[in-house]
Design a protein around this ligand. Sequence first.
Ligand code: HEM
Length: 496
Amino acid sequence: MDKGRFLAPVFIFLLTLLTCAMISLIISLNYSKRKKQQGKKPKLPPGSMGWPSIGETLQLYSQDPNVFLSTRQKRYGGIFKTHILGCPCVMLASPDAARFVLVTQAHLFKPTYPRSKESLIGRSALFFHRGEYHKRLRKLVQASLCPEVLRKLVVDIEAITVSALSSWADHGRVVNTYHEMIKLSFKVGILAIFGHLEPRYKEELKKNYTIVERGYNSFPTNLPGTRYRKAMKARKRLSEILSNITRERKEKKLLDKDLLSCLLNYKDDKGNVLTEDQIADNIIGVLFAAQDTTASAMTWIIKYLHDSPKLLEAVKAEQKAIHQSNGNGKSHLTWYQTRKMPFTYKVILESLRMSSIISFTFREAVADVEYKGYLIPKGWKVMPLFRNIHHNPEFFGDPQKFDPTRFEGSFRPNTFMPFGSGVHACPGNELAKLEMLILVHHLASHFRYELVGCDSGIEYSPFPVPLHGLPATFWRDMDQNLHAPLSSHTIKSHIS
Ligand code: HEM
């Protein structure tokens, strides 16, 4: 008998047996590994909870908050825990973790603000809410700030801007740039909310809103004479003023697309309208979200352009060409022209990255949440750290360098979030950018400026602002064959 013919089937049988044994071994090893992993409890992120009760609050307040956060990021990585102002927190300096909290799993995290601050703005303001109410209000705010509406505001924003620049230049005095920008962004905010509003109402709103803001940034004690108490009283007066404006608007039955009209004309499926408090809280809320943020961003643009003369020249070249094509200011800047300022636009994006005005935001976990093997316990605060992400050299090479050309290329998703991300992302971002483009257009095409004092540094008010509000002097650019850029009537109506 041929030995080979007998051994071949045995060999094949043994080989098959061995292969089957190997496969079942691999499967069972993988299964037990998976079992082990499933049974493994997620752990808290690395980091220090500091001292009992006070946590790391003293460390945070005894140094620049950015230094506090970046040293911990270096030590622990993109996700770490800490304990500040009586709250256990998880800090997120990783773009993926920020996306998880703000976008993909946003339903597991709710917005969170101190009660004292909620009371000053008004509890019905959209950014304190989530779910159906938030969605409804957000749609109305977005409708009042969409491109079709903004396009019609260009002429008025231009008038407000030219009037502001002219007043700084004509008086020849040193101005606190940030304070002036606050006045400018307040006027634009009022325009977006009410359209044209009687000067007496603007005055009353400004006076009381300033008191509310001062109280917002003070220690919240409701004792007589304190800033907080005064702010609560001013907030009440704001409601009364808004109620008068609303009553008059209802009588006129206007069909404008400004925020007040959008809020007034809203009806749900059952015919219910918004209450007076809901309207007032959302108007104050939008004004609050719009004013200091945009003012701070515009102040930083002035600073960065001053510090980079070559970039300022490039911006001037772009803007002067547009100014000349408009007959040196004889005709108005158009919406279309604001869309065709590629270099200036990159300067604005880079200013937003560098200054990261909203350095971080807060959320609170509504359940125990697991993220990449880490536990975020229910009730803990969660803070996506926009500034740390914007200043991470992994995502933005040489991050301390002001370099608008970095926006020519593409970069990793979820690494550039000056306006946040997800369901609460800023609905005013297009208006803010429009204001900045119009400001830079007029500043660069027919004004000059110089900073007074050369202190570099940041102060917090509460947003990061150049030290002392960036004192500066402004002039008209005499090289220009200037004509009155806008009719004096339009400008005068905005000075009030
Ligand atoms: C440079 C200027 C601005 C910056 C950097 C900025 C930034 C932001 C950021 C980061 C958020 C998200 C906050 C979070 O997720 O917790 C936000 C929300 C918001 N912003 Fe802005 N913003 C600016 C200007 C404006 C303007 C001009 C308006 C309105 C006219 C506005 C209205 C709002 C509102 C209403 C929200 C809340 C949205 C919601 O909760 O659904 N912002 N902003």
